[in-house]
Design a protein around this ligand. Structure first.
Ligand code: PLP
Length: 430
């Protein structure tokens, strides 16, 4: 199986090289040359997420990781609960936050890390992963790589611009994870990472890689839980829609891949905050990237969603076809707060600011469609306690695995947003 770049100006590569490279050299995203349907007798037959995930992964990895190893990788990727909770009639919450960092990104992070570990072991290379984070992504990626041999991770985060709990997660892992606290913005962090990839001296000295959601090994495994959750729905006759609180639209794209593979999903709902370029595209047929707007569901503050090109690619670039497969809704911060209050007071179920946007979108869609809606609940409410608590007027319990981070001692190197300082730091580590 080959992977081509969505810009079609780079060579096709193997799964291995697509994973190691992350982004194609022409700036496009890697895309598999085909998406195979799963054979009859797999979907809707009560199989486990491990079995289904393996069947999916095998078709994309296509022999580049031996089946025994791949089976192990898949089972370690989803070795925590991914329950489907009924919030009310015909609305279900797929809780994706039972992993080590309480965010759905654990799934992609774990799969990517284990695939890279396999490839690095095979070749004896050492890889340094650079991750710029605005708060949430860095910890899931780093936790995925924690203790993985042959791979070092360097995280960059903007000083003072992440929450206490996020900072503790970013700065206390130790082992092969090191953290730089940058006296600047997230954009400064990202700019330094980009510059590092373009620096010939650094590239000659060390093998650099990235781990953001453009990587095929980060977004593909997210399809596993679409298959897994579908098995748990009792009613297989009423149409099912999946609602994804979206930023870069990796989660939603993974669902579209699951559908291509045969999972009977009637519609996708792309739910956003004020950063609504995709709902706007669905309305007007025009895609206009713009700078992101800060909101209380900040993991979705994306003004130019990276996976949108994959959605286009799946639908031959055709607006009508995209509109057949998905709808979009956007919600303000006020609606988000009101939504959290409303869900807990009516149903007793607590949602956080991202998931609740997906929930409100399902309710909107159900006004005109008789369907079951599955909402991807992408994080634990305690990760966004400073937003959730005032909205619902109650304290949120912090799960033990988050409290554990709060007890540890922060270790981070403070640097200026200055590329030479960053480069020096990297070179000293070889
Ligand atoms: C990353 C993130 C999202 C957005 O996911 P995409 O795949 O980028 O659309 C939603 N919610 C939370 C909590 C996140 O961390």
């Amino acid at each position: 199986m080959k992977y081509y770049s969505t810009r079609k100006k780079s060579q096709e590569v193997s799964f291995r090289n697509a994973v190691i490279r992350g982004l194609a050299p022409d700036g496009g995203l890697y895309f598999p040359e085909r998406i195979e349907k799963l054979p009859d007798g797999l979907i809707g037959c009560g199989k486990s997420i491990e079995e289904l995930g393996f069947e999916v992964a095998k078709r994309f990895v296509d022999g580049e990781i031996p089946e025994v190893n791949l089976e192990q990788i898949v089972s370690e990727t989803v070795n925590f609960p991914l329950p489907v909770v009924e919030v009310e009639t015909d609305v279900f919450s797929l809780e994706l936050w039972h992993g080590p960092t309480c965010a759905f990104k654990d799934v992609g992070g774990r799969f990517l890390a284990r695939c890279l570990e396999y490839f690095v072991k095979e070749s004896g290379e050492k890889i340094t992963i650079l991750v710029a984070t605005s708060g949430d992504t860095g910890s899931a990626v780093a936790a995925g790589f924690l203790g993985v041999q042959g791979i070092d991770v360097v995280i960059l985060y903007p000083k003072g611009l992440v929450s206490k709990i996020q900072e503790q997660q970013l700065t206390t892992m130790g082992q092969n994870i090191s953290t730089l606290e940058v006296e600047g913005s997230f954009d400064d962090c990202q700019a330094m990472v980009k510059q590092a990839f373009n620096d010939s001296e650094l590239r000659a000295a060390m093998k650099l890689s990235s781990a953001n959601s453009i990587n095929v090994a980060r977004f593909l495994p997210q399809s596993f839980y679409y298959f897994g959750s579908y098995e748990k729905l009792e009613d297989k006759t009423k149409p099912v829609v999946y609602s994804c609180p979206s930023g870069n639209f990796g989660n939603l794209t993974a669902g579209m891949f699951a559908k291509e593979m045969g999972l009977p999903i009637a519609k996708f709902i792309g739910a956003t905050n004020a950063n609504d370029v995709v709902p706007e595209y669905l309305r007007t047929g025009v895609y206009t990237a713009r700078p992101s707007i800060p909101t209380i569901s900040n993991a979705m503050d994306i003004g130019d969603p990276s996976n949108f090109v994959r959605i286009l690619e799946l639908h031959g670039g055709n607006w009508e076809k995209v509109k057949e497969s998905m709808v979009g809704y956007a919600f303000s911060d006020e609606e988000t707060k009101g939504g959290m209050r409303d869900v807990i007071s009516r149903t007793g179920y607590l949602m956080e600011p991202h998931g609740v946007i997906g929930y409100m979108a399902v309710k909107e869609y159900q006004k005109n469609h008789d369907v079951q809606g599955v909402v991807l609940e992408t994080a634990h409410p305690a990760k966004f306690g400073d937003v959730v608590e005032p909205a619902i007027g109650k304290k949120v319990d912090i799960p033990e695995r988050l409290q554990e981070y709060l007890r540890r001692e922060k270790v981070a190197t403070l640097i200026q947003p200055d590329f030479d300082q960053f480069k020096q730091f990297l070179l000293e580590r070889i």
